[in-house]
Design a protein around this ligand. Sequence first.
Ligand code: GAP
Length: 447
Amino acid sequence: MPDVLESLVSLCKRRGFIFQSSEIYGGVGSVWDYGPLGIELKRNLQDRWWKSMVRARDDIEGLDSGILMHPRVWEASGHVGGFVDPLVDCKNCKRRFRADEPTIKGTPGAPDAQCPSCGMKGTLSEPRQFNMMFKTFMGPVEETAAVVYLRPETAQGTYVNFLNVQQSMRKKIPFGIAQIGKAFRNEITPGNFIFRTREFEQMEMQFFVEPGTDMQWFDYWREERMLWHRGLGLREDRLRFYDQRKDELAHYARAASDIQFDFGGSLGFAEIEGVHNRGDFDLARHQEFSGKKLEYFDQPNNRRFLPFVVETAVGPNRTLLALLVSAYREEIVEGEAEGRTVLGFHPALAPVKAGVFPLVKKDGMPEMAEKIAADLRKQFPVFYDESGAIGRRYRRQDEIGTPYCVTVDGQSSVDGTVTIRDRDTLAQERVAAERLGEVIAARIAAG
Ligand code: GAP
């Protein structure tokens, strides 16, 4: 697959999808801000996940837990001791790398090892363990007792609330708890635009099941999640599973399967979602560290047990990058000298659903087009544009992925019809202006 990341970084900035954080100060490492179109696209993605995981099911409940938690949570979860990456420093250029960075020549710490950045030999330190959690202080005193962490995953907020949700909602096992929220990791080598950043979001669901049924549920969720990604319009040949080997598993996992997407270029296939069988690792550890029983009471059989957990964990930022990569195309248009750039998003995900234009700025066309835009805006985001040649206006919408463009022309004031142009087929059809809302809504739904 071709590398389109560079073209996308520039398009995303130019068209209001994604900006570098604190750009006027020279930027801050691997944090990105979502502009007007980026936030619409991300919201559409998150809403779609929430709808399919929470609203459309009666066995999953929602939750929004705090980013800051009791520091003991992270001791219990294993993150204080185990959420580490081996890191090496270059004493010459002061850059830091993961010890397994493939561009390092030789063994870090040895005289022959060469820094991949400045090229000096013998300047790389021996690997040392670097904890990826961000620390901060709770309250006004900066002392060890007040240290708290920014959560590196949303999952732990769910585990500590397992009984609160189960009892308040009277849930019976199997059931799940889903949440969407920020997570923070002090990644040593962030990069590839929004693929790996230090501040990002997660959409995670923890499914609590009876021990012994966990692998069945693991297989079920593995398939369900793949279907969800395909439903976003991500091409089947760019998606695949990667089943982790035993020696690759995280400390909490009994089994793990990644859903990977082919980002093209040097990144290639990379994880966008992880499905994990976490057994009772987390609940058992929280029970031990908090001293509070977290067992589920199985009333019909009058027994108590710690459920096993099957987790689905996906990043909206990474999935959004996959959507951009898969939607991006440059093409020649027959009969036109200029080519066009298109973001061919699934219509339901596109940030703007319709562009509305008067063909020319006279004969009552702008007034009629403005009224149409105002009416359609009650249903979905619409962009009104009256400046420049009509061809340019179409191309501006193609570039941001708007699936439909509506044009008011000379015939519109005579018979109340307008043209509707399809982004992908370029076909234009006349429809009654008063039916536009239902026509576009039906096309988005059929998507
Ligand atoms: N609770 C399990 C967990 O956090 P993970 O595989 O480390 O599992 C899940 O993370 C998902 O979160 C990843 O598949 C990815 O989409 C997203 N993610 C993780 N680290 C990220 C980072 N530094 N930047 C952007 N997204 C990230």
